[in-house]
Design a protein around this ligand. Structure first.
Ligand code: G3H
Length: 198
């Protein structure tokens, strides 16, 4: 049976500073996660027959997270713009505290309706769900795939496979440095989680 491995990128410099968006490099801890990822994948049980393909976003932090998997396991890597993080528009590069101070109405509007709230010049979760449609279609007809992407995107892909209403996805917990293995079964999707000790 095929599986989908799903992970956020390792901790980034922006994560450390509490900033959203951007195209930062991984932090030292994030690079440690990248280094551990081949081992975590093996622990999760890899398919013996079919090779895995890695899908990342076009941003540095997901590609850096995939680095050791590509090197050590030799899997093919594909970058998708559709896997980029939710575009936070005019709030890109800010912390939540700065957003609350500079754009208090927007901050409140987002809290009131996080699924539909669209950042000025950016996206809403609803927009993300729509741009993920080609990814989901491709996933449905693919064999084993490892997806390394971003928090908002992991939430929407996870909600799809768990058959959770997408309006719930903006609030789902997706911890850093945790590899998820999703295996679709007749009765639903089996979820296994592998947390890196770093
Ligand atoms: O930068 C975007 C975050 O990964 C999404 O977090 O939608 O909870 O603000 P949020």
């Amino acid at each position: 049976p095929r599986s989908i491995w799903l992970s956020r990128h390792g901790e980034s410099e922006y994560n450390l500073e509490g900033k959203i968006g951007g195209d930062a490099n991984l932090s030292p801890r994030g690079f440690q996660y990248a280094k551990m990822l081949p081992k975590l994948l093996r622990k999760s049980g890899l398919p013996k027959d079919a090779p895995l393909t890695i899908w990342t976003s076009t941003l540095k932090r997901t590609n850096q997270t995939a680095g050791h998997v590509v090197e050590e396991l030799g899997w093919e890597k594909l970058q998708w713009k559709a896997l980029d993080e939710l575009d936070s528009g005019n709030c890109d590069g800010l912390t939540y505290a700065q957003i609350a101070e500079m754009f208090p109405e927007d901050f409140k509007a987002r809290d009131d309706d996080k699924y539909n709230y669209r950042y000025r010049g950016g996206e809403s979760y609803r927009d993300v769900v729509i741009r993920l449609e080609p990814i989901i279609m491709e996933l449905e007809r693919s064999e084993n795939i490892l997806i390394i992407t971003h928090q908002a995107i992991v939430r929407c892909i996870f909600a799809y496979f768990m058959q959770v209403d997408q309006s719930q996805s903006p609030w789902m917990e997706v911890p850093l440095h945790t590899l998820m293995k999703l295996t679709p079964k007749a009765y639903g999707t089996q979820v296994e989680k592998y947390k890196a000790n770093i």
